[in-house]
Design a protein around this ligand. Structure first.
Ligand SMILES: Cc1cc2nc3c(=O)[nH]c(=O)nc-3n(C[C@H](O)[C@H](O)[C@H](O)COP(=O)(O)O)c2cc1C
Length: 406
């Protein structure tokens, strides 16, 4: 999550992993960065220029001799304007060219002219990756040029091999280039924070479940920001994700409850952003329920109310933040929930407002506290809302500490 927007050049070379850059461009853009995509001539076989143009909201560069570009040499213009350059996927070929200063592509010209940090995410067949020449070239990039390598991983490769060569996940690439790292000197340094994310799934049978529309974006944004602010984060999530902090994957409300209860005692705070199902089928059938020509009835039972249980038992210095998604009487219900569950902060949103909330990257919320504070955050990216909530959490945790000193 950026504190400020960056000018990023994304060089895409001709590897099969190039299609993953659609999502990466989109993610970087949503985080507020300006992306200029530069394609190698061969990469056009793998990705579509127009798609990247639309996703980045910028022209896509490939031919450095295009007449419309010739006011100032485009490679110098782009090199001068970049805050960072990422080459992803980086083929064995482009790595060899960069290591040897070969300038027959726009991106290699830019790299030679640039002074900013450079990140390389290689992806290729295992034998190509392990080849002496590729390894020697990588060493040159690291030791002679100071580039940062986002290493390829072990996996099933498109070429049919299983081995090292699979491109790192987009999340790892984002974490690396945006330098998402823990800063222990910030508000949540020394604190241990549990964050929940996603929607629980309550099994009906081995293939079916009762679920909800939560995407996990709010919880994941909160965990990212808490981590950035120095906290030791435990993310309990129904959505798989690759993070520099601990992620515990769960499926049902009961599984989530078990994990939280075992982690809560040693934690300073719990942020319950997950949408936990209120009910689950009394029994989950061990076999797939067969289709019959008659209606079936699934009997539901109440799931434990995790917030209420922990609100009752929490220690004074622990802080609990709950979320309340309402379709009517949002504020009234949220105040009631805050009191009934004995929690410290409630973040309420009206799910009837179109285009925000579930699944969206934006939300508009009301933050209510046990000290009767009321704050309205107008529509904005979930990452900004997360930052606001984490600052409030830090303030509350530090107030607890100050109060204890008196
Ligand atoms: C289907 C297909 C997939 C390829 N995937 C990769 C790859 O993942 N990594 C790689 O280094 N080369 C791969 N290559 C070879 C590169 O496309 C080739 O070396 C190309 O000339 C590299 O161009 P560039 O580095 O200028 O983008 C692939 C080739 C084909 C035909």
């Amino acid at each position: 999550m950026p504190n400020q927007s960056k000018n990023i050049i994304l060089g895409i070379s001709a590897g099969i992993a190039a299609y993953k850059m659609y999502d990466l461009v989109s993610d970087l853009k949503k985080l507020g960065h300006n992306i200029n995509v530069v394609l190698t001539k061969d990469s056009i076989n793998f990705v579509n220029e127009l798609t990247l143009k639309v996703l980045s909201s910028n022209p896509v560069f490939c031919n450095m001799f295009a007449p419309e570009l010739q006011t100032k040499p485009i490679h110098i213009d782009l090199a001068d304007s970049a805050d960072l350059i990422l080459v992803s996927p980086a083929t064995a070929d482009i790595i060899a060219k960069i290591a040897n200063g070969i300038c027959d592509e726009l991106i290699t010209n830019i790299l030679l002219a640039a002074k900013c940090p450079v990140y390389i995410a290689p992806a290729m067949n295992t034998n190509m990756w392990e080849h002496f020449t590729t390894q020697k070239n990588i060493e040159t990039l690291v030791t002679k040029l100071g580039y940062k390598i986002i290493p390829p991983e072990q996996g099933d490769l498109a070429c049919g091999y299983t081995g090292v060569g699979h491109i790192a996940s987009n999340e790892k690439i984002l974490n690396a280039v945006l330098n998402i790292k823990k800063d222990k000197t910030r508000g949540l340094g020394t604190k241990r924070v549990i964050v929940t994310a996603g929607g629980t799934r309550e099994a009906v049978d081995p293939v079916r479940f009762i679920g909800n529309r939560s995407s996990g974006k709010m919880g994941i944004a909160l965990a990212d920001i808490a981590y950035e602010m120095g906290a030791e984060v435990v993310l309990v999530s129904t959505v798989p994700c690759d993070k520099p902090y601990q992620v515990i994957e769960v499926e049902s409300a009961q599984e989530m409850q078990e994990v939280i209860e075992s982690e809560f005692d040693k934690s300073d705070a719990l942020i319950m952003a997950a949408a936990v199902s209120d009910f689950r089928p009394i029994t989950a059938s061990k076999q797939k329920i067969k289709k019959k020509n008659e209606d079936i009835v699934i009997e539901l039972t109440r799931n434990p109310d995790i917030l209420e249980i922990l609100g009752r038992t929490k220690r004074d210095k622990q802080v609990i933040i709950g979320f309340s998604a309402e379709s009517e009487d949002t504020e009234k219900n949220a105040w009631e929930k805050l009191q009934k569950k004995k929690i410290d902060i409630i973040v309420a949103n009206d799910i009837t407002v179109p285009d925000i909330g579930f699944g969206s990257d934006e939300n508009a919320v009301m933050i209510l506290t046990k000290d009767k504070e009321r704050e309205v955050l107008q529509r904005q990216p979930k990452t900004q809302i997360a930052r606001h909530i984490c600052k409030k959490l830090a303030q509350m945790l530090n107030e607890v500490k100050e109060a204890k000193k008196v």
